[in-house]
Write a protein that binds this ligand. Structure first.
Ligand SMILES: [Zn+2]
Length: 410
């Protein structure tokens, strides 16, 4: 692989339109440039990896572009744009306040503010993680922020808006960046995969997007990692193996055990999971998340709350159809209790096993008397309140009646 460039760098957006997941915000920025309504200071807020710095750089390039196109985007061809794209422009100054937060760093910026732009209209100062500036640096900065030269635009960025002083907030136009949705990430990863000639299963990209937790940059790094180790064929199996993610399949097998009251199966599946090296707390939380996903997949109205591929949605809806809403609520509640008790439990494995037993008993509250169907449980007095009780180990759980389904969500 000659001249390998990581995807997060190679596919860094170069126009507002190519920024992933921030359509409304980038449209507003683009409009303000086209209409020449620039503020002297902007504050970009949002979690890491959502495109704040990329947008700041695109903004700096666009306001200095000589031939903006009709959409208000930079041409990426004029001298100014080329210098920006090479990272060689003198009209953009970046300061990472996370590591340069002292008064001297700020004095340096204030000195630079006095230098007019070179072959351009504006100089843009990007201060990343602005909330990290020391008090002395903040105070030194305030005056300049209040009355900067006409050619200066400040773009401050922060992951923690609540830590930015009100005196700074009141002097800035504030833009709140969204977390990037799973679907937006999957779409972008899919585009990158195509460009790179990598075959990628949608379910695999979904796993990667979930792991990235709202940060596009992380998603691209994880994608590179999985692509490298799976020789350019990114499958669901290679993704979960590489990222040490517990396969949905384990959770589905457990749900089956809960529905049939099969304690033996449940305990053995848990043993398998531990032997694969998964932490018990991680497992319990994963199970709770899976149950939550089943809950929302069980009703077409709440399906929109599920950030998953169509394939996954369909699979979850199928399992959800076997579960009564009350069973899912109670199961989530048991997992939640285990999570709360976990830190104080002296025997954590026992706590999880006990939780699994209780989950198996949700629908079948007392043990099987005949001994047939090892691990099976069924009520002493069969009643309408225990609709999922089964008599043999091989009996599959019955789908709930459609009228019961219809009441869900009311
Ligand atoms: Zn240009």
């Amino acid at each position: 692989m000659e001249n390998y460039i990581v995807s997060a760098r190679k596919y860094r957006p170069s126009t507002f339109a190519s920024v992933v997941g921030q359509k409304a915000l980038t449209a507003t920025l683009r409009n303000s440039i086209s209409k020449n309504r620039l503020a002297h200071a902007y504050l970009f807020c949002g979690s890491r990896g959502v495109g704040k710095t990329s947008c700041a750089r695109i903004f700096a390039k666009t306001i200095n572009c000589r031939h903006r196109n009709t959409d208000g985007e930079a041409c990426n061809e004029c001298d100014s744009c080329r210098e920006f794209n090479k990272g060689a422009s003198l009209n953009i100054v970046e300061l990472d306040a996370a590591s340069n937060n002292g008064i001297d760093d700020m004095k340096n910026i204030i000195d630079q503010v006095q230098v007019p732009p070179v072959n351009a209209d504006y100089r843009v100062f990007i201060i990343d993680e602005v909330h990290m500036l020391s008090n002395a640096a903040f105070n030194a900065f305030l005056k300049t922020l209040e009355e900067p030269p006409s050619y200066v635009v400040f773009i401050l960025a922060t992951t923690e808006k609540h830590k930015v002083l009100p005196t700074i907030l009141s002097r800035c136009q504030i833009y709140d960046f969204n977390r990037i949705t799973i679907q937006d990430m999957v779409d972008h990863l899919s585009y990158v995969a195509t460009q790179e000639g990598i075959i990628a299963e949608p379910a695999a990209l979904n796993v990667i997007a979930r792991k990235a937790d709202g940060a596009m940059r992380d998603a691209l790094s994880i994608f590179d990692q999985v692509a490298a180790s799976s020789m350019g064929n990114v499958t669901y199996a290679s993704a979960i193996d590489n990222l040490n993610i517990l396969d949905y399949e384990y959770y589905n097998r457990l749900i089956e055990a809960f529905l049939t009251g099969n304690i033996v199966d449940a305990l053995l599946i848990y043993k398998e999971i531990r032997e694969k090296g998964f932490d018990s707390l991680f497992f319990i939380n994963g199970l709770a998340q899976h149950l939550r996903d089943l809950m929302v997949a069980g009703n077409p109205k709440t399906m929109c709350l599920l950030e998953a591929s169509d394939q996954t949605r369909e699979a979850l809806a199928k399992v959800a159809a076997k579960c009564q809403p009350t069973f899912i609520y109670n199961a989530i509640s048991l997992c939640n209790k285990a999570d709360l008790d976990y830190r104080t439990a002296s025997n954590k494995q026992l706590l999880v096993e006990l939780t699994l037993i209780k989950l198996c008993q949700l629908l079948s509250p007392s043990p099987h008397e005949s001994g047939a169907g090892e691990g099976q449980l069924r009520p002493i007095k069969p009643s309408a309140q225990a609709p999922q009780a089964t008599t043999t180990a091989t009996t599959a759980p019955q789908p709930i009646a459609s009228d019961q389904q219809a009441t869900y969500g009311n």
